[in-house]
Design a protein around this ligand. Sequence first.
Ligand SMILES: [Ca+2]
Length: 679
Amino acid sequence: MACITEASNGFPGANGRLPAECATIGQVLQDNGFSTFWLGKNHNVPEEDIASGASRKEWPLQKGFDRFYGFLGGETNNWYPDLIEDNRFIDQPYGPEDGYHLSKDLADKAIGMIRDQKASNPSKPWFMWFCPGANHAPHHAPKEFADKYKGKFDDGYEAYREWVLPRMIEKGIMPAGTQLTPINPLPADVISEGDSVRPWHTLNAQEKKLFSRMAEVYAGFSEYTDLQVGRIVDYLESTKQLDNTIIFYCADNGASGEGSPNGSVNENKFFNSYPDELSENLKYLDVLGGPDTYNHYPTGWAVAFSTPFKMFKRYSNYAGGTCDPLVIHWPKGIKAKGEVRHQYHHSTDIVPTVLEVCGLKMPEVYRGVKQYPLSGVSMRYSFDAKTNAQTQKKRQYYAMLGTRGMWEGGWKAVAVHAPLTGKGHFDQDPWELYNVDADRSESKDLARQHPEKLKALIKTWFDEADKNLVLPLDDRTAAEILTTERPSSEAPRETYLYYPGTSPVPEGVAVNTRGRSYKIIADVEITDPNASGVIFAHGSRFGGHTLFLKDKKLYYVYNFLGIKPEQQLVSPELKPGKYTLGMEFTRESAGKYHESIGKTKLYVNDKVVAQGPMRTQAGKFTLSGDGLCIGRDSGDNVSQEYKAPGTFTGGTILGVGVSVGKDQYLDLEQKAAAALAVE
Ligand SMILES: [Ca+2]
């Protein structure tokens, strides 16, 4: 788990699976009589296992959790989430038009799980890991929550940093004397352009308006989710459980720079290495944060919301990428109220704290396998410690996507390297040195003054990297990592057959049409002259493709990263009867951003009924959710010509073949018909 499961590279520390040497906190607590609940994000399942028909081995219920309600993967649409309940995919209980938002649904289900437990097993203690989609992208907030922050960010991100740091110092969150760091701290030959910040004064009026709104939406998303968490706390209080419940409240993600210098209304462009355009983004100003956008603010806000530190998420070397506030609340066990603790700690220290508080030890052997020792230390001592007391943590390494850092005894070494650059040359990276006990924001590089200290810390980094299976380092670009083919229990095939009535097939295991020619062939019987609906669909309004009947005509729509207009081919009217309906995309060249450029033909039986130029995406349609469906379009709809789920009616779909092989369409038509006939 050196990185996200999608970036697994096969080396022992990065194969995207929890090793048998690492029992989870769920397994340890479950074995000790706790009920265990997990809600929200679980990004620990390998992509090939995120499918209805796939192995459940790495799913939360097999990892020590009695219940699960949430999504598998890095993020999901908060209006149209990709939901799993326990061990199966489910459709969302109601839609955004009826007030759905994932944060709210998760809070409802969290309360429901505790109630269920109290009804049947009231004597058992419980453990809950609650991880909403917030504040990860996409930044989705009910409009009235975003509107509460109208005008609050109009002065820009530099002004926000200057405003917020004195407030942090005044509240004791940051030590007095903490310095602001530059908004673009890395040299031009290190940083990738997409991670740089455009100074506010260089923006035009429209950009300022759009960027401010993006921050308002983010703030609204945060407050809305906080309110939902508050409902769980209220429930605990009203049922007299709050006093003896220990709550760790923390942002798991931190401020993220995935929005690029201009922000995005469709973050999927970032994952396709396709640039955002201001004129395109401005069209969405009034609906930002709603179901029409898959939005992310620009890098300037990521820096501002990481004040006073340098950089943001993905930069494991600087505190802007790693440091988060953590609140621990436990009325019965902590005498202090509303106090601040400055002891350095790391997320690896939470499990040891939970175990100590519960009077438990990590087992040395679990299910016959000798366990790796826990890498963290308990924070229990800090509950009664003085604000500035010495930390009991000795050292902590950092590594992510080629970036790395080493904290030890109040000092920190930082390799000057940016993630996802594909630059490599790790052995030539300069290192910086900070005395973070005296300089929390890592503002004064002391590498020249203390070369021996720096050398020792770099050596410690290599010791820790060795011990924790960190090597080899990997700084390939997002597009390179995400589109790398990985070993799979199902080898890639030339032809994929899909059927109606199944769960959506997630993109990680579905046919890969990226960067190549492909054909879709459906065997359909139309019985009603007004038959309509989706035959084949994959993706959402932010990118995807779909074959459907509407107004008696066959449509093929390729939605390129949500950029309007949709690319459409439409047939003449069809009468009832048996048909082979399909399309063929022939890739001719690569565009500037590696998108495929080519031509598409629409077929009714063996006749071309429409054709035209088309471009297709270089990267995936979604990071998670909105899988491939037959007979409907799950989650969010790919085309605005219909509304999800767009269920097919007025006929029968026997099956749909998708081919990425070299066969001619007409040969394939016969082959697919033969294959489907025997299913
Ligand atoms: Ca969909």
